[in-house]
Design a protein around this ligand. Structure first.
Ligand code: PMP
Ligand code: GLN
Length: 391
């Protein structure tokens, strides 16, 4: 038989699907995959349901329905003062996942290098490699997960086409500081590169931290592709509505990739998300405040159970070091046992590293806290037993 695409053939199934399947089989509380355990805001669901009945339900415009294009531009202008033009600088995609794939496909050519900061969300590297480009990884180190500016500088070369930058960051929970952003921007300008800014958690930010899009820094407006996700901003991960903001030149070519990946996105969800994005600031504040309470609840439970918790500044996730528990196996083995025996699912952080990467940590675990308080409390109770058992 003829060979198939080597990049995809070599891949396993994404860790999120693997752990969710195991959690379901085991009847475990799923603190693995990042998804809320409720149905999401009812007002948005009603808007989508009404839009399905009222229509239109045929192909919407390729870039997105005008209402959502305008709402994304208005959102970017309201929160970040980006001066976005809805007609030429916004596009709607099938979740941030498609936005990332379309952007990487549009910008990369064989022989290019793309810098990825590890631990990294698992969709970046396979798409980079499928384009014939090389992923160059730069690592952050727990527990601070701070950007190592010198290591980043060393990763750039004259082949560097782009950097994929995720802030607030999955899985570390970090919200990068202005100083870190400035260091990145300086290198990107110096090397005439682009940045794909994965900002799906832009509104999931906790007290003491602020999200600053890299695109707002001097000289970065034309170099950055900003990606958002209604899945995160409206706690409706199954809707798969993403959006891209980029200057007209970059958007033109990203749209060419999108036209042959999905072409268009279901209109009813687009109308509902447009309505959602126009909600006043109290919606966004309530979202972050609710998640902050859940973060605090799970953090306290994990600490009480003996886990070493690295505080989360944003996102759905908190990371922990299991060394303090005296566990002898790997993070993968720990997560498997935790799911089958303790009936709590979590994600091993080593899944966020390339197979060929060195110095991959094996004692770090990611827990997701966007769950009902009762589920978090029950999970904490079960986790306490793990602390006692290992210790
Ligand atoms: N980027 C990051 C960092 C994520 O955690 C996720 C997870 N959902 C995505 C992209 C994909 O988002 P979406 O569900 O909108 O495709
Ligand atoms: N982003 C989510 C997470 O990190 C999962 C998305 C997925 O399942 N691909 O858990």
């Amino acid at each position: 038989m003829r060979s198939v695409n080597g990049t995809f053939e070599a891949l396993g199934t994404t860790i999120f699907a693997v752990m969710s399947q195991l959690a379901n089989e085991q009847g475990a509380i799923n603190l693995g995959q990042g998804a809320p355990d409720d149905e999401g805001p009812e007002d948005l669901r009603r808007k989508a349901a009404d839009a399905v009945i009222k229509g239109p339900n045929q192909y919407p415009p390729m870039m997105g329905v005008p209402e959502l294009l305008k709402a994304v531009a208005a959102h970017d202008n309201r929160f970040y003062d980006l001066g976005v033009d809805a007609g030429s600088e916004v596009m709607v995609t099938a979740g941030a996942t498609e936005a990332l794939a379309a952007s990487l496909m549009a910008l990369l050519e064989p022989g290019d290098e793309a810098i990825v900061i590890e631990p990294a969300y698992d969709s970046y590297k396979p798409v980079i490699e499928a384009m014939g480009a090389k992923a160059v990884c730069v690592q952050l180190k727990a527990p601070e997960w701070k950007l190592d500016e010198e290591a980043l500088a060393r990763a750039f070369s004259d082949k560097t086409k782009l950097l994929v930058f995720n802030s607030p960051m999955n899985p570390t929970g970090r919200v990068f500081t202005k100083n870190e952003l400035e260091a990145i921007a300086a290198l990107v300008r110096k090397h005439d590169a682009y940045v794909i800014c994965d900002e799906v958690y832009e509104h999931l930010i906790y007290q003491g931290h602020a999200h600053v899009p890299l695109m707002t820094l001097p000289g970065m407006r034309e170099r950055c592709v900003k990606i958002g996700s209604a899945g995160k901003t409206f706690s409706l991960t199954g809707w798969k509505i993403g959006y891209i903001t980029a200057c007209e030149k970059l958007m033109g070519v990203i749209a060419k990739a999108h036209q042959f990946i999905t072409f268009t996105i279901p209109p009813a969800f687009q109308y509902a998300v447009a309505w959602g994005l126009e909600q006043d600031d109290s919606y966004y504040k309530a979202l972050a405040a609710d998640l902050e309470k859940k973060r605090d609840l799970l953090t306290a439970g994990l600490r009480e159970a003996g886990f070493d918790v690295i505080p989360a500044e944003g996102t759905y996730f908190v990371t922990t070091d299991i060394r303090a528990l005296g566990y002898k196996g790997t993070d993968f083995e720990f997560c498997r046992e935790l799911t089958t025996e303790t009936k709590v699912a979590a994600i091993p952080i080593s899944a966020f590293y390339a197979p060929e990467s060195e110095n991959v940590p094996e004692t770090l675990i990611r827990f997701c806290f966007c769950k009902q308080p009762a589920a978090l409390e029950e999970a904490a109770k079960r986790l306490k037993r793990v602390g006692q058992k290992v210790a």
